[in-house]
Ligand binder design. Structure first.
Ligand code: DGY
Length: 325
């Protein structure tokens, strides 16, 4: 009997054909909630799930007693009950590496856009307000030669820092749980305590994963330490930052501008003032959203689920403890 996969992510024809060769595949395009009656009916016989954005609840797991593996089409797995999956022997696979450079590109796009007021000035032109040479009221801040402070120095953080150090002649500071001697060597990066980095950096970019330790890592105290000219960028997870404190810091001029790809609530609430603030560049969680990278992420998830259900070690396994070779 072929194992069954429920696919609710965006997979290409070729990727679906790859799964079809070895498995029985049922697709649920655009599925956002497990309440879909067809999905609920399919869960009891499912061996694998592949997709992103679907909350994996205990109720869902109870309805899927044959589940062996979940391949999320994302590097982040902060919404996943990892311990519970491990307890049930369900493998959780994610998609690191293939999105690193694209997400770093987004980080740098936000650094440039927020520093040089790209969106605000483009809107100024679009509205027809460009009637005379621009003056100080429209000036931005330099990026090249500035001090870039990376909060988190994993794969994506290092890729952002590489762009800063090698492309823009920036000095790189980082705060991270462990030292990164190879990156210090490569980029001349210097490790700092969290607080000294916040006080010293001109541009602060957050790339830490969301965990119990990093939730609300940046709040009023941290914004208070930053330079009034600081540019703040978050490409990690919205809940790493106390959003109300960020809004207050921008309103008080405690920081100059922010580039944000992630928010405490996504999609962003229509009541949020953030997208209306001229000093904010807001993106719709688009860090990895390119044709090439989303395709590569889907391919990684397809390879992960195929290997997991065929008894081979998935390429990117989150919960090692659940792996029984
Ligand atoms: C990820 O892969 O975790 C990115 O944030 C896109 O969801």
């Amino acid at each position: 009997m072929q194992k069954r996969i429920l696919a609710y992510g965006r997979l290409s024809e070729a990727q679906l054909a790859q799964l079809d060769r070895d498995f029985e595949v049922q697709t649920f395009p655009g599925l956002e909630s497990a309440d879909d009656p067809a999905f609920l009916a399919a869960l009891p016989k499912a061996h694998g799930l592949v997709g992103s954005g679907l909350p994996i609840t205990l109720e869902l797991l109870d309805s899927a007693p044959n589940l062996e593996a979940i391949a999320t089409i994302s590097v982040g797995y902060d919404g996943m009950p990892v311990d519970e999956l491990t307890r049930r022997g369900i493998l959780l696979c994610n998609t690191p590496d293939v999105l690193t450079e694209t997400t770093a590109d987004t980080g740098f796009a936000l650094i440039l856009a927020a520093s040089r007021r790209v969106v605000e000035l483009a809107d100024f032109v679009r509205r027809g307000d460009w009637q005379a040479s621009i003056g100080e009221a429209q000036f931005g801040s330099d990026v090249h030669g500035k001090t870039l402070g990376m909060i988190g120095f994993g794969r994506i953080g290092a890729a952002v820092a590489r762009r800063g150090a090698l492309g823009f002649g920036m000095r790189v500071l980082y705060s991270n749980a462990s030292p990164k001697p190879a990156l210090e060597q490569e980029l001349g990066a210097e490790r700092r305590t969290h607080d000294s980095l916040l006080a010293e950096a001109d541009i602060i970019c957050v790339t830490v994963p969301l965990t119990a330790e990093t939730e609300h890592l940046i709040g009023a105290h941290e914004f208070g330490l930053m330079k009034p000219s600081a540019i703040f960028v978050n490409i990690a997870r919205g809940r790493v930052v106390r959003e109300a404190d960020l809004i207050a810091a921008l309103e008080k001029g405690q920081v100059r501008a922010a580039g944000l790809d992630v928010f405490e609530q996504e999609p962003l609430s229509p009541e949020s003032p953030l997208p209306h603030m001229p000093s904010v560049v807001a993106l719709p969680h688009a860090g990895s959203a390119t044709y090439e990278t989303r395709d590569a992420m889907a391919q990684r998830a397809v390879d992960n689920i195929s290997r997991a259900l065929q008894g081979q070690r998935p390429i990117s396994l989150v919960n090692e403890a659940a792996w029984r070779p």
